[in-house]
Write a protein of this length. Structure first.
Length: 336
């Protein structure tokens, strides 16, 4: 009976090759155990690398949609907060004007007019609000404020009503400045674009567009109504209490309408907020489903991997022991 044997060089080569294979396998399993992912997705994942690549692409696209959704939520929520503040200030001024015009107290009327001037500046500041570096009421021109500052607008309004000595004349001049095509508001007051910002892609074919601009008729009417009281603080109709009270009444009536119109704008923004929330919920559910599928294709079983790694350690240890004993084997020991 013949026995096949290997020479020393062949044995050394085989031992080295086994050692290398064991080390490579241990390194691979160690990486998989630490990352939780299969190292060779194309060979190990069910469906091959194409399925994994498809899931990765879907997850990246969904991540972009989720980021856009978060940005849209920030913009819509900030818009809603600004409109809420504007409505509150408008309502407060309307109530104050009702009390002021019902009295014959010039000081009270003047005090209310000064308060209107402060609220006018505050409302313009709210309409110039930005979120994430984007101006909210400028339409597509998100890189610049929606309106000129309050002082500039008031200066232009005082020039527009110069020479008017009746409440009706002042009221008409202010309305024209805000509403007429090519008026001062369009050329000097409003600094934004005539197109809305958007559409923002939210995923699943859903888009969102911010529905409010500072040059919308509702905003123009609101600013015009407040401005009719503001000019009283700047000296309009000075010395004529009855005409001042008449202008204050026109301002008050305009504010009552403006409050209702602002509520409608809030409702429009609320509808956009609801769509954004629905899209966000859908994206979250889709992300969970995609990640579950991705994990099924790419994740390793930590227990199975650790067990296999322990087996390789045992094999490596056995190889080292065998190699060490063979290296100490003498001719005399071999012949025994």
């Amino acid at each position: 009976m013949s026995i096949s044997t290997f020479g020393d060089m062949a044995s050394t080569f085989m031992t080295h090759r086994q050692n290398t294979q064991l080390r490579q396998e241990m390194t691979r399993l160690g990486t998989e155990l630490s990352t939780g992912r299969k190292s060779d997705l194309g060979a190990n994942a069910t469906g091959g690398f194409g399925a994994v690549a498809g899931l990765e692409h879907s997850l990246k696209l969904l991540s972009a949609h989720m980021q856009a959704t978060n940005e849209a939520r920030l913009m819509a929520d900030t818009t809603q907060v600004a409109l809420s503040t504007i409505q509150t200030q408008t309502q407060d001024l309307s109530n104050a004007l009702i009390a002021a015009r019902s009295s014959n107290n010039t000081t009270l009327l003047q005090t209310t007019a000064m308060d209107a001037e402060q609220k006018f500046a505050s409302i313009i500041s709210k309409l110039n609000t930005d979120a994430g570096g984007r101006s909210l009421f400028s339409g597509a021109a998100t890189d610049q404020p929606a309106l000129a500052d309050a002082d500039t607008i008031i200066t232009e309004l005082m020039a527009a009503i110069a020479g008017e000595n009746t409440a009706a004349g002042v009221s008409t001049a202010i309305d024209d400045w805000f509403s007429m095509p090519g008026s001062g508001f369009e050329t000097l007051g409003y600094l934004g674009a005539d197109e809305n910002y958007g559409p923002i892609r939210l995923g699943n074919g859903e888009t969102a567009t911010l529905p409010v601009r500072a040059n919308d008729p509702e905003i123009r009417n609101l600013l015009s109504a407040i401005a009719k009281t503001v000019v009283l603080a700047e000296g309009a109709l000075s010395g004529n209490l009855e005409e001042q009270k008449s202008l204050a009444e026109m301002s008050s009536n305009g504010l009552l309408t403006a409050v209702d119109q602002t509520t409608m704008l809030q409702a429009q923004v609320g509808a956009v907020e609801a769509r954004i929330e629905n899209a966000s919920a859908h994206n979250a559910a889709e992300q969970q489903a995609l990640e579950l599928s991705y994990n099924k294709l790419t994740a390793v079983d930590p227990y199975e991997t650790a067990t296999r790694l322990e087996e390789l350690y045992s094999q490596m240890e056995a190889l080292y022991i065998t190699t060490a004993r063979l290296s100490k084997l003498s001719f005399t020991d071999y012949m025994r």
